[in-house]
Write a protein that binds this ligand. Structure first.
Ligand SMILES: [Zn+2]
Length: 376
């Protein structure tokens, strides 16, 4: 075992939230899998040694809400290269494909990308659209085949997506939500629900969701938000999180307000998952990339280890993949990220024009996908 590592990471501090407290350990990789984790693993025979002293070694980061169906869906953008330089080894697309065009996602995105690109399947038969919205006409809804698509593609499809944005569903929000939960039940998978600019109350949305379903854009300032107009966290939201509904950040161009995040976290609603919602229209907007989004939570007071949990083991658990993803363990595929927290001023922007600075920034140093580093 120890005489032929293809790659050996030495002297890094391992943050592996699904397995235990942080610890300085070497990580040896052979044939694309984690072969050993321990103190002072033998270096002489390793084909490549990376000294990652002063860095953190984490499970490969999962960006839980992106739009990666490029060239097909209006929101889609080619994220593979960006993922490879920003520590992201797995993404989940948020409904760019529906049951009609999911096969294209498998062939054009999942099979082509180096990053492991998974997907939530839209209830809308062609996936999420821009204008007109995908479910302004409910004749385009196909919850039965969305559920069948999830069941028949367990290696790629991880759940059901619905957007309750008024531009997506017009006045059909209530019926669309009911269809999505039905598709989630029929496929035994989680439903990811877009909130922000909805015409049904936040209380009704979170009370309709099952434990394990996901509220995405959870800190959106668009109404109805998780806090009421006086800034109080809606009690139904905290109750929903306590019974297992998952709250996902999905920053995007319009769904992140520093003041609202701080207020909600002060009142007990910390995120379960931190994600970007990078898409074609988000361009060079305030999101930038996942490490920048993670840095915002460092600035807002979360501990680094919690933040890493939110984009590794928590994200993997939410799709039932924590037996494969989100934890470093001997024998697993070697998706590993090396991060550094550098002492330099970070200028950070939210979606409503606020800018704050923070004295530290999280940066990715190496993105190792199935044992192969793409960046050094
Ligand atoms: Zn999105």
């Amino acid at each position: 075992m120890s005489d032929a590592f293809d790659l050996l990471l030495v002297n890094g501090t391992v943050i592996n939230p699904g397995a235990g407290p942080r610890e300085v350990l070497d990580v040896g990789i052979t044939d694309g899998r984690i072969a050993a984790m321990g103190k002072d693993l033998p270096r002489d025979s390793a084909k490549q040694v990376l000294d990652v002293d002063d860095c953190f070694v984490t499970p490969g980061l999962i960006d839980f809400h992106v739009h990666s169906y490029w060239g097909v869906n209006p929101y889609g953008t080619d994220l593979d290269a960006l993922c490879g330089t920003t520590g992201v080894t797995t993404t989940a697309d948020a409904g760019s494909a529906g049951p009609v065009n999911f096969t294209g996602f498998r062939h054009l995105v999942y099979q082509q990308a180096r990053t492991r690109m998974l997907a939530f399947v839209a209830v809308a038969q062609h996936g999420v659209l821009n204008a007109p919205g995908e479910l302004e006409n409910l004749g385009f809804a196909d919850p039965e085949n969305a559920a069948r698509t999830v069941r028949e593609n367990p290696d790629v499809a991880v759940g059901i997506k619905i957007r309750l944005h008024v531009k997506s569903v017009g006045q059909n929000g209530r019926e669309a939500l009911r269809m999505a939960v039905g598709a989630g039940e029929a496929s035994d998978s989680p439903v990811m629900v877009h909130v922000g600019d909805t015409r049904i109350p936040m209380e009704e949305i979170v009370e309709t969701l099952r434990p394990g379903d996901i509220v995405t854009h959870c800190y959106t300032p668009k109404q109805p938000a998780i806090v009421d107009p006086e800034g109080r966290l809606r009690p139904a939201v905290l109750e929903a999180q306590q019974r297992g509904v998952i709250f996902d950040v999905a920053h995007a161009n319009g769904h992140f307000d520093f003041d609202l995040v701080a207020r909600a976290m002060d009142q007990g609603l910390r995120p379960d998952i931190v994600s970007t919602d990078l898409h074609r229209m988000s361009g060079t907007g305030p999101v930038v990339d996942l490490p920048t989004t993670l840095t915002k939570f460092l600035m807002l007071g979360l501990e680094l280890d919690e933040i890493i949990a939110d984009c590794t083991v928590n994200a993997a658990r939410a799709i039932g993949w924590d037996d494969r993803l989100g934890v470093l363990e001997v024998g697993r595929e070697a998706d590993v990220t090396v991060l550094e927290v550098v002492d330099e001023e970070a200028s950070l922007e939210d979606s409503v024009g606020n800018r704050r600075t923070h004295g530290q920034r999280i940066v990715a140093r190496h993105t190792i996908r199935a044992g192969v580093p793409s960046h050094s």
